[in-house]
Design a protein around this ligand. Structure first.
Ligand code: NAD
Ligand code: UDP
Length: 336
């Protein structure tokens, strides 16, 4: 299939691109490199021995994205491009709505103009908000607690309306917590500045870039008092996209699908697994709870199995060992 990948140079996009090329799809990447490096794409070329086109551009720019789509004539789009920091979204919410919502609107208009009928969209478990029950299934109440989560929910609704106009397919993937890296250690997560997320922070402590991890709260009502999340290997997430794009091509309408493992791990369990993977201690201290954090959540991933025939195969140990391989081979990310 000919697939346009917005945000294809980013963390999840680059791993998905690699899987799509390995499955013989043709790809065009559109990325403005606001949160990624073109080097990630060079490394995907090197790992797959396959070439693909890259267009530097912003998905919000209707004339530019239309021209790209007109020339490439994709049969499907995988839409990763967007902003993703919960904290930042509370400071510059309009910026988040602009990139995430207006970006999607421009993309859908450009797709409509050439009759491209299939899209896979990166949503997030953040749309659920405080759990009424666990595991979250796709029918759980939606109550995102910040502008980032609301931007994802608004796009989900837009995609449902778009798909309802007939002959179109939108697969909305609600990711849980993507971590880890490709087994080669050549591509991985490369956050700019101080990492917000647990595994990149732990990796930077282990490699000596930061002194210690701050564990945000050890007084939650969880098995060891620290927050519990459903961590999913980025390579499992990538293969879910390959399955989703085939599903989209063969179905009409919108489907919302959780992409997680169904298993929760606490902050201290992640630290322990990482210490084992890296063969060294990860110093940490207990800090106050982080505002807005939920104690515990994890996915009911049975719909992904039923509809896509997909389930996660990697363990927390695999996630930590691949994250450590990437971090130790590339202590400064793509900057080297
Ligand atoms: P990322 O920042 O690594 O990748 C996003 C890519 O999109 C980057 O390459 C960035 O340069 C590009 N981009 C951003 N705005 C753009 C624009 N307006 N036009 C063109 N390119 C643009 O993030 P990621 O972790 O790979 O996440 C990909 C998607 O998955 C995002 O939509 C994110 O919200 C969603 N998501 C991520 C997580 C996570 O924890 N990583 C969890 C749930 C959902
Ligand atoms: N966390 C932590 N220290 C950090 C970063 C995260 O203790 O430096 C905790 C956080 O409170 C949560 C878990 O790790 O319980 C996962 O946080 P992350 O930011 O990675 O994901 P999210 O909160 O978006 O699920």
């Amino acid at each position: 299939m000919r697939i346009l990948i917005t945000g294809g140079a980013g963390y999840i996009g680059s791993h998905t691109l690699l899987d799509l090329l390995s499955a013989d799809h043709e790809a065009l990447v559109v990325d403005n490199f606001s949160n990624s490096s073109p080097k990630a794409l060079d490394r995907v070329r090197e790992l797959t021995n396959r070439n693909f086109d890259v267009a530097e551009g912003d998905v919000r720019d209707l004339s530019s994205i239309s021209a790209r789509i007109e020339a490439f004539k994709p049969e499907a789009v995988i839409h990763f491009a967007g902003l993703k920091s919960v904290g930042e979204s509370t400071e510059i919410p309009l910026h988040y709505y602009d990139h995430n919502v207006n970006g999607t609107l421009a993309l859908l208009r450009a797709m409509d103009a050439v009759g491209c009928r299939n899209i896979v969209f990166s949503s997030s478990a953040t749309v659920y908000g405080d759990p009424e029950y666990l595991p979250y299934d796709e029918h759980h109440r939606l109550a995102p607690a910040n502008p980032y989560g609301r931007s994802k929910l608004f796009v989900e609704e837009i995609l449902k309306d778009w798909a309802a106009t007939g002959g179109k397919s939108a697969v909305i993937l609600r990711y849980f917590n993507p971590v880890g890296a490709h087994v080669s250690g050549r591509i991985g997560e490369d956050p700019w500045g101080v990492p917000n997320n647990l595994v990149p922070f732990v990796s930077q402590v282990a490699v000596g870039r930061r002194e210690k991890l701050h564990v945000f709260g050890n007084d939650y009502d969880t098995r060891d008092g620290t927050g519990v999340r459903d961590y999913i290997h980025v390579c499992d997430l990538a293969s879910a996209h390959v399955a989703a794009v085939s599903f989209a091509a063969n179905h009409n309408g919108a489907e919302v699908i959780n992409v997680g493992t169904g298993i929760g791990a606490s902050v201290l369990e992640v630290v322990k697994a990482f210490e084992t993977a890296a063969g060294k201690p990860v110093p940490y201290g207990i800090a106050p709870r982080r505002a807005g954090d939920i104690a515990e959540y994890y996915a009911d991933a049975s719909k992904a199995k039923r509809l896509l025939g997909w389930s996660a195969k990697y363990t927390l140990a695999d996630m930590c060992s691949s994250a450590w391989k990437w971090q130790s081979m590339n202590p400064n990310g793509y900057e080297d």
